[in-house]
Ligand binder design. Structure first.
Ligand code: HEC
Ligand code: HEC
Length: 296
């Protein structure tokens, strides 16, 4: 009996030691991913015609920055699940705790369009793949808007990862947008030649593709496990919607079947797009190839 107890104790100690070693490896691997630096070029001017008004429309309507960084741009808690991560959306203003005082336009631009901080580390969660398609004018406009914000004094500490978050990063299940952008051969050229082209541009910089997939066929591509899968926006599921149905769904948050859209779908921000913009998106959606639901 005594021997048996000793044996059990050995096994238990062995398992704890193994778990500790495993966790140690996880911490090292996830820290290495978080600390990995991408070579950053020296600040260069952001070329493009800047309009604060256009920047405000992008921040508050088209690109949903407001959802995470707040109406005042001061950021705050975004994910607060210690097992996963405690993550703040940073304070983007020039107030105390904000990046604005230290950031040159090029630093903002690198963060927004490439997903990389001034120190070369890569941003998590921030949907920079979507914003990588911003035209120079739109990038310059968002930056001009950020600079126009009143300073907010709010400290927004860097991410603190829990074991689940570390696991997801170490196993590349929580990818960095910076890497996705780097791996992409040809970023979509910003055009506004036809209505459908402009709609395509808006579906990317409007973050629709981050949640509904590059091919817009939906599925569970972003967000916490409890969020519903994003809908299929290709003509398969969408065939008999009229432009009016589409506009009503996105402005009232209720689709033609009477289904109330989950709050994870940011229709309260999207509804601030102009009718022209929403119609351009609808026009584009009718041109994308049909696809079965759920593979992005
Ligand atoms: C889904 C939420 C989300 C949206 C939408 C979003 N951001 Fe972010 N953003 C974040 C998070 C979270 C971080 C910090 C990531 C980290 O710490 O790894 C961040 C980081 C940044 C940074 C870098 C700050 C720094 O510390 O260097 C800038 C600049 C920024 N965002 C601007 C924007 C702008 C402009 C938009 C809209 C065009 C936008 N963000 C949309 C969540 C978001
Ligand atoms: C943060 C993730 C996210 C973003 C960004 C997002 N969506 Fe969604 N969307 C969803 C989810 C999740 C659903 C399903 C909601 C539900 O089932 O209640 C949805 C549902 C919809 C629906 C309703 C479809 C139906 O059959 O009821 C439409 C239309 C839609 N999205 C269009 C868009 C467009 C256009 C954009 C970009 C301008 C966009 N979405 C951006 C996550 C997102």
């Amino acid at each position: 009996m005594k021997r048996f107890v000793r044996w059990v104790a050995f096994v238990a100690i062995g398992l704890v030691a193994l778990a500790a070693i495993g966790y140690g490896i996880l911490v090292v691997a996830s820290n290495r991913a978080l600390d990995q630096r991408v070579a950053v070029t020296p600040p260069a001017p952001v070329l493009g015609h800047a309009s604060v008004e256009r920047g405000s429309h992008i921040y508050n309507a088209i690109s949903s920055c407001v959802v995470c960084h707040g109406a005042d741009g001061g950021g705050g808690p975004f994910i607060n699940e210690p097992a996963m991560a405690v993550l703040n959306a940073p304070n983007l203003t020039r107030g105390a705790g904000g990046v604005g005082a230290a950031y040159a336009d090029a630093d903002y631009d690198r963060a927004i369009r490439r997903g990389i901080r001034a120190d070369g580390t890569r941003l998590l969660i921030m949907p920079s793949w979507a914003y990588a398609a911003f035209s120079n004018d739109d990038a310059a406009s968002v930056i001009a808007y950020l600079r126009s914000l009143a300073p907010v004094d709010r400290v927004t500490p860097r991410v603190r990862l829990g074991p689940v978050g570390r696991f997801l990063i170490a196993t590349h299940q929580l990818p960095f947008d910076a890497t996705r952008i780097e791996d992409e051969t040809a970023p979509a050229p910003p055009t506004s030649i036809t209505r459908a082209d402009y709609g395509k541009y808006l579906t990317r910089v409007g973050v629709c593709m981050t949640c509904h997939g590059t091919h817009l066929s939906g599925g569970h591509l972003a967000g916490p496990p409890e969020a519903p899968p994003a809908a299929n926006l290709t003509p398969t599921a969408f065939g008999n919607w009229t432009a009016a149905d589409f506009m009503r769904t996105l402005t009232k948050g209720k689709d033609p079947t009477g289904h109330q859209l989950d709050a994870f779908m940011p229709w309260r921000t999207i509804r601030n797009m102009t009718d022209d913009e929403l119609e351009a998106i609808f026009t584009y959606l009718q041109t994308v190839p049909k696809r079965p639901t759920g593979n992005g």
